[in-house]
Design a protein around this ligand. Structure first.
Ligand SMILES: Cc1cc2nc3c(=O)[nH]c(=O)nc-3n(C[C@H](O)[C@H](O)[C@H](O)COP(=O)(O)OP(=O)(O)OC[C@H]3O[C@@H](n4cnc5c(N)ncnc54)[C@H](O)[C@@H]3O)c2cc1C
Ligand code: SF4
Length: 510
């Protein structure tokens, strides 16, 4: 009796217990599908990297003797959606049972559950064995608590998993070294050269073109620079430990025109596709840290651990706690269109030109570019979060809804009214200038608030605070901003708001 087992494109976990031994009665099904390439317009590198990683996974496990059905995008036998693929291949393989791993996206979870309820064979779902937490662990942890704070979840996770702990106390004497993670990078220390992969993906690109899949962004056919197999991922992880971890925490928030990646790991695609697990990543960086304690300060490793054990698991837990309503939230009632330059990078605002340009070129921007440059501008312009979400979901190599949505709609756009972030991440040019060198090469002057050469972020910032003050008046974390707003001279505020309105009505001119 055969069992058909589905593997989704972001379930490339070779270490899953499914693959511990070869069983000829297990048939694994993988499919490149239009339902996945078309639910949002994706960056070309994202579609290509997923197809390449899926094909590598299929090849490596087939070579180990596992039995696979793999449907390529242009396969005439490929119905392109799970609604048709699953019944068809259950029939063809004469499977008596269907099994799948818990999807991480609400959309797919619902779809597969619905399909299963109509199947003529028994179905069974198992864990992906990827995350530190189960789907509803965070929901249970916060049950009955009034406020949801990432820090309390993170501390629980540190204790539970014994990570950076000494006798129940945080190693280094404090839980969080966030305050020492805010250095500006001024050319020192030297950033090691990029760990690229230079994969020739021209064959896949031809297939994507032949299929007529609509994508955006750029790619070099012979130079895909993302890890697309387990060995690549492990090599990227080693590279991070050896060359980047030592300064990761210090320059986590830094911005620079010449350095796109700084000391960031670029492991998000490797983890989100599940080629490597967060536990493997944390175990490896801890091993490296303990072997090099005289060179690596605890603030570097704590900063990194917090992102993965803390934020990554927190976002996933919040997603399953809050979906499906979360995807429709727009508490600040923002309804403006997304500026056209989000699709071209053509703007005189140097910070946006670099951050968006790099996103279109590399399918990557680091956290502070996503949050404090691009997201900041979208929020200050009061763009409809639906449009912001679609852009973020399409553009980044690592964008999968469970993590993209919580970061974009929640942390960045405050559309959830403060569930994920306790205050909106908005700033004037002051912060951007403090953290990087974008302003020194900009058409606009970061110190000016009004006039043709004034930085647009300045007027937009005060206008935003004024227009949305009813939402923030009772938010203690906004007290300082609100009191500065109240102290603004009426004429000055009027001038700022006039300029902000001009920018919002025609952002593409700036
Ligand atoms: C508006 C916005 C949208 C984002 N969209 C995504 C997304 O679609 N997919 C995604 O994986 N991350 C997203 N992030 C979080 C973060 O920016 C990326 O994980 C990170 O930039 C990936 O690059 P890296 O691997 O070099 O990260 P590093 O800086 O090296 O950090 C290490 C790892 O920590 C994890 N991490 C760090 N911050 C977060 C976070 N806030 N939430 C979850 N995990 C985190 C990631 O797995 C990352 O690989 C978003 C952030 C913002 C502000
Ligand atoms: S001056 Fe304003 S627009 Fe120019 S880089 Fe600085 S913050 Fe960005």
């Amino acid at each position: 009796m055969k069992t058909l087992r589905l593997i989704l494109g972001d379930q490339l976990n070779q270490k899953h217990s499914w693959f511990e031994s070869v069983d000829k009665n297990m048939v694994y099904l993988m499919a490149e599908m239009r339902q996945e390439t078309d639910y949002v317009k994706h960056h070309i590198q994202k579609v290509t990297a997923f197809f390449q990683a899926m094909r590598n996974f299929h090849q490596e496990l087939s070579e180990k003797g596992h039995c696979f059905i793999y449907l390529k995008i242009n396969d005439p036998e490929n119905p392109q959606n799970l609604d048709q693929i699953l019944p068809k291949y259950i029939d063809i393989t004469e499977a008596a049972k269907f099994e799948y791993q818990l999807p991480d996206e609400y959309r797919l979870d619902l779809q597969i559950k619905t399909i299963c309820s109509n199947l003529s064979v028994e179905s069974n779902v198992v864990d992906t064995e990827h995350f530190f937490t189960s789907r509803y662990e965070l929901k249970n942890f916060f049950s009955g608590k009034k406020t949801l704070v990432m820090e309390s979840f993170y501390r629980m996770m540190r204790k539970k998993h014994g990570i950076l702990m000494m006798n129940d106390q945080p190693e280094g004497g404090q839980w969080n070294f966030d305050k020492s993670n805010r250095k500006k990078w001024n050319g020192e220390p030297e950033i090691p050269h990029e760990r690229g992969f230079r994969k020739d993906v021209s064959a896949i690109l031809d297939e994507i073109e032949k299929a007529g899949i609509q994508t955006f962004g750029t790619i070099e056919a012979e130079n895909l620079s993302w890890p697309t197999c387990r060995a690549d991922c492990l090599s990227a992880l080693n590279y991070f430990c050896k060359h980047l971890l030592v300064h990761f925490g210090d320059f986590q928030d830094a911005l620079h025109t010449e350095e796109k990646f700084l000391f960031h790991s670029r492991l998000s695609f490797a983890m989100n596709s599940k080629m490597i697990s967060p536990k493997e990543v944390i175990d490896k960086v801890l091993e490296h840290y303990y072997a090099h304690r005289d060179e690596i300060h605890i603030s570097q490793i704590e900063g990194f651990t917090r992102q993965i054990l803390g934020w990554r698991e927190y976002m996933r837990g919040m997603y399953w706690k809050e979906m499906p309503e979360y995807a429709t939230l727009n508490e600040l009632k923002n309804e403006n269109p997304l500026p056209d330059f989000f699709w071209t990078g053509e703007t005189k605002m140097n910070c946006l030109k670099h951050s968006i340009g790099q996103s279109l070129e590399n399918a990557y921007a680091h956290h502070i570019q996503r949050l404090m440059i691009i997201g900041n501008f979208a929020l200050l312009c009061q763009v409809d979060p639906q449009l912001v979400d679609a852009w973020y979901l399409g553009v980044y190599i690592d964008a999968i809804e469970w993590v993209e949505l919580m970061n974009t709609r929640g942390m960045s756009q405050f559309a959830d009214g403060g569930l994920v972030a306790t205050k909106p991440y908005v700033s004037s040019a002051n912060y951007i200038n403090k953290m990087g060198n974008y302003c020194s090469e900009c058409h606009y002057q970061h110190t000016k608030k009004t006039g043709k050469k004034a930085c647009p972020f300045n007027a937009l910032y005060w206008n935003f605070l004024d227009e949305k003050k009813e939402f923030f008046i009772h938010n203690q974390r906004m007290n300082m901003m609100m009191s500065l707003l109240q102290k603004k001279n009426t004429e000055e505020l009027k001038a700022l708001k006039k300029r902000a309105k001009e920018i919002i009505s025609n952002p593409n001119q700036y």
